[in-house]
Design a protein around this ligand. Structure first.
Ligand code: FES
Length: 74
């Protein structure tokens, strides 16, 4: 939720992540939290799942990234 990532669309991404978690009934298993700048602003918006960082996240790429990152089968 650093300012660069936020201005590049992470406010929308954050909402979409929350929706994805609810739609897939993952509320008890997944913790979502924002973080400060990770120093990768030019590659933003970034998202981290466990220790893996995804860059240039878009609303269009989000579902497949979450599915992969969370180990879900679609
Ligand atoms: S604001 Fe996202 S990496 Fe800097």
């Amino acid at each position: 939720m650093g300012s660069s990532c936020f201005s590049r669309g992470n406010s929308q991404i954050a909402s979409l992540i929350t929706e994805f978690i609810k739609e897939n009934n993952l509320e008890k298993n997944v913790k979502v939290e924002g973080c400060l700048c990770r120093g990768m602003c030019k590659k933003g918006p970034i998202m981290q799942i466990n220790n893996k960082i995804y860059n240039q996240v878009t609303p269009e790429s989000l579902e497949s990234l979450l599915t992969e990152g969370l180990g879900l089968k679609k």
